[in-house]
Design a binder for this molecule. Structure first.
Ligand SMILES: [Zn+2]
Length: 329
C-alpha cells in the first residue's frame, strides 16, 4: 500500500518527460463553456465508480497570479509560493466543516519560510519570506525551487475551530513541494497518495497556468487495481505538460482515470483571499505593552501595519493609539 508514494517522485515538479505526448481528451460542451469564464479557479472532486480511489483536480491559476501580484514575487519565489498555495488547497479540500489548514514549508535555504493558510470555503492566503529569488535553469527555462527551499520540515497545522490546533510534521523530501506533500499524506495521514502540482510562467515570468491533482487509495482497493492506477500515474505525461493542455482539468482527469469509470462529486470555487482587517490589527496592537503604544503615539505619531499575507497596509493615527492606551489604564 505504500507504493503509491514512490510514484509521486515521477511527478517531480517541472520535469518534462515527453513534450510530444498526446492524450485523448473528451470535453462535454457545457463544461467547456463553463471553464471559459475567466478569473475563476476551481477544484473538482471525483471518486472511482467502485469507490476505491479518490482524485481531486485543481485549476489554481488565478490564485497564484493574485499571490504574485500582491507579493511581487520573482520566478523561483512565485513557483515555490504557488506550489505551497496549491498544496494547502488540496489539504483543505480533504477537510470538512469550518476547518483551517496552515502549511509551513520551513526550509533552510534562500527562499526562507513559505506560509499558507487555506480553509474549507475555498479561500487561501500565503507568503514567502524572500519574494526575490529569481532563478531559472537556462537550457529549458525551467524554474528551480528545491535547492532554494533546502532541507527542513513540512509542517501542517489543522485548526478545527476548537482552539486546539493539531500539528503534524514530516521532513522535506526534495523541497519541490509536490513530493513533500505526497510524503506527508502517506506518512502522516497513512493514506497512500500521488500528487502532482506546478506553476508555469510565461516569457515575462508572469503566471501562465497553475494547478495540480491528488490521487488517493481508499480502504478496500484491490492490489490489481492499485497496480493499474500506479502504472498509469507512472506513465502519465509530466504535470507541466498536462497543465499546458488547452483544458488541463480534463487532461488531468484523463491521465488519472484512463478508461476507468468515475463520478464527479462536486465542483467548488477557489481563490486567493485574505481575511485581514483594521479591527484585527487593532486587536493585535492592543496586546502590546502600554509603554510601546505611548512611544508610537509620541515619537511616530501613529502606526502602520502591513499584512504579511496580502501586503495590505493599515494606518493607525494618534487617536486610535490614544483609545488603546486609555483602555489599558
Ligand atoms: Zn491580509
Amino acid at each position: 500500500m505504500q507504493r503509491m508514494t514512490t510514484t509521486s517522485s515521477t511527478m517531480r515538479g517541472g520535469t518534462t518527460k515527453s513534450i510530444s505526448y498526446e492524450i485523448p481528451i473528451f470535453v462535454p460542451l457545457p463544461f467547456l463553456f463553463y471553464v471559459t469564464i475567466k478569473g475563476m479557479d476551481k477544484i473538482i472532486k471525483t471518486i472511482s465508480e467502485n469507490g476505491a480511489f479518490r482524485a481531486y483536480v485543481l485549476d489554481s491559476t488565478e490564485t497564484v497570479r493574485t499571490a504574485q501580484e500582491k507579493h511581487h514575487t520573482q520566478a523561483s519565489s512565485t513557483v515555490a509560493l504557488g506550489r505551497t498555495l496549491i498544496a494547502s488547497q488540496i489539504l483543505a479540500a480533504n477537510e470538512k466543516g469550518d476547518t483551517k489548514i496552515t502549511v509551513k514549508v520551513l526550509g533552510t535555504s534562500s527562499l526562507g519560510a513559505i506560509i499558507t493558510v487555506a480553509d474549507t470555503k475555498g479561500t487561501v492566503k500565503g507568503y514567502v519570506q524572500n519574494p526575490g529569488v529569481d532563478i531559472k535553469k537556462t537550457a529549458t527555462g525551467e524554474v528551480l525551487v528545491g535547492p532554494f527551499v533546502g532541507n527542513g520540515e513540512f509542517l501542517v497545522i489543522t485548526d478545527y475551530g476548537t482552539g486546539n490546533p493539531y500539528h503534524s510534521m514530516t521532513p522535506l523530501v526534495s523541497g519541490e513541494i509536490g513530493e513533500d506533500l505526497a510524503f506527508y499524506l502517506t506518512e502522516s495521514q497513512q493514506t497512500p497518495s500521488a500528487v502532482g502540482l506546478n506553476v508555469l510562467l510565461d516569457a515575462n515570468d508572469k503566471v501562465k497556468v497553475a494547478g495540480g491533482f491528488l490521487l488517493q487509495v481508499l480502504p478496500g482497493a484491490k492490489e490489481e487495481e492499485i497496480a493499474r492506477f500506479e502504472k498509469r500515474i507512472q506513465e502519465m505525461p509530466a504535470i507541466s505538460t498536462l497543465l499546458e493542455s488547452e483544458n488541463h482539468i480534463e487532461a488531468l482527469l484523463s491521465a488519472i482515470y484512463g478508461n476507468e469509470p468515475y463520478k464527479r462529486l462536486s465542483e467548488e470555487e477557489l481563490r486567493f483571499q485574505c481575511d485581514c482587517s483594521k479591527d484585527r490589527f487593532l486587536n493585535a496592537l492592543s496586546s502590546l505593552p502600554k509603554s510601546d503604544l505611548e512611544e508610537m503615539r509620541d515619537e511616530d505619531h501613529g502606526a502602520e501595519i502591513t499584512c504579511q499575507f496580502c501586503q495590505s497596509t493599515y494606518h493607525f493615527d494618534e487617536k486610535d493609539l490614544e483609545e488603546l492606551i486609555r483602555d489599558k489604564s
